[in-house]
Every structure is written in C-alpha cells, then in structure tokens.
Design a protein around this ligand. Sequence first.
Ligand code: MG
Length: 304
Amino acid sequence: MASRSLLKTFFFWIGIGFISFVFLKVVLIKKNPPTGVAYSGFQTLVDNGDIVSANIYVESDSARVDALLRSSQKYVETTISSAELPDLTRRLRDRGASVSIRESRTLDWAMLVLMAVPLILLIGFCLFLARRVQSSARRAQATEEAKSRTGIGYDLHRLEEGRPLIVGGIELTFDKGPVGHSDGDVLAHALCDALLGAAGLGDIGTHFPDTDPQWKGANSLLFLEHAKKLLADKNFAIVHVDAVVIIEKPKLGPHFPKMREALAKALGVSSDKIHLKAKTNEGVDAIGRGEAIAAHVVATLSLR
Ligand code: MG
C-alpha cells in the first residue's frame, strides 16, 4: 500500500510539473509580445547586425518574422512576402543571426496540444491509479472487517454459603460461593460463551452440557482450554476480551491480575488481551442482596 501511495505521489508531481510547464509557456508567450515594425525598419536592424536570432513562420504567400534584438533584448515582429524570404534569410545568416524557419506560427499551439496529450493521458492514468488504490483500500477494509468477529457472553449463578467462590479461575476467600454443575465460575462461563458466539460455535451448554457427569465440579478453565482448541481449528485468534463481573461482595479488583493471568494461560494469550472490571448492584435485586453473581463478556476474534 505504501509503494502505491508513493507511485501516486510521484505521478501527481509529474502531472503538476507538466501543468506548470504548459502554463508558463502560455504566460510567457502572452507576456512578451513582439513589437511590430515595418519591413524597411526591420531591414535596417538586419543590416546593422542588431538581430541575434529570428523565427520565421511561413504562411501561404507571406511570412511572419519574430526577431530578438541584440541591443534591447526585446522581440520585434514584421511581415514579409514569401518572395523576400530567401534574401532576408541569407542576410540574417551573413550577419551572424540564427534563423529558424517553421511552417506557421500556429505550430506553437500544435506543440502545446501535442504536449497536452501526454499530460491528459498522465492525468487520466493518475485518476485511474487513484481509483484503483481507493478500491483496493476499500476491499482490504472489507476483508479486514470480515476477518473480525465479536461475541457476547453472560452468566449468573446463585450464591450459597459454604461453597468456594471461584471467579476467573481464582478461588477467593468468602463465605458464599456459586451453585452450579461445574465450579460455577461465572466469568469463565461468560467468557467461554462470548468466544464460542464470536466463532459461531454455539454456546457453553452445547459443548459442556450440565447433564454430563464428567463436568460435575469441573474447573471452568478446562472449558476455556477446550474453547481455545475449537477456535484454533477454525483459525480464529483472540484479539481482545472485555468483561464485567457483578457481585456485591467481596471486592474483586485486587484479584484481577491473578484472574487475568489464569484466564490468559487457559486461552493461550497474553494477559494484556484480557480486561476485567467489577461492579456492585447497589443493593438492588438478587445480586444486590448478595444472593447471586453475574458476568458480562465481550470477546473479539480475528481470522488468521
Ligand atoms: Mg454458568
């Protein structure tokens, strides 16, 4: 993409150069109009050797002469008949003037048109290139968007006294813990659902039904390890995880570093890809009364 941008810039400045050149040529032609002189006066200038160079534009039966004066460095212009042209040319050359004979002065405009053709082609090519670059960028963006997937997960467990409180794979010291078929880790469960949802692989209940005795009391990090394998099979990589755990007590913030490490290890990613937040429910409803714990997780995946 960088090389295309460089190419585009290169052609842009080439185009600007062409435009400037043509513009200056037109302006210079208009800004230095030659002074008209009678042919007799022009002959005197020729005979005095005051002509440095002359451009002669031959038309059907006459010729227009533009000449640069040695004394004033200005241009003069005169018109002669075609019959006088050979003699004038000879006299100019005899006095050291350079002489250029062209078909007609309209040749200048023909030259401008000729110069404009490549310029127009160049501008067209630049526009074509710019559109190609733009459409490539759009396609790349669309592809990138198609590669990115987001999933959401939610879980809630009732809390009962005497059960271990496990959140994010870490056991916390508390007098209540979640009721569940497995260890009741709401954060791991919601995270698992978010990952499976983003990958279009169903939900945690599909893969780990709570009717299966092998998952009774299971460490929920096992679910994440299994989800990691499922994602790898589908060529998904975890880009980022953002979670919020809602519980009235205890405070979770001090335990986040260990939770992030445990979750990251189970998923095979670095812990900086996992962001955790904690909330209380301000004493409202079952969570607020300390009867439940819940978690919301959003996970973003990308196709490798
Ligand atoms: Mg659950």
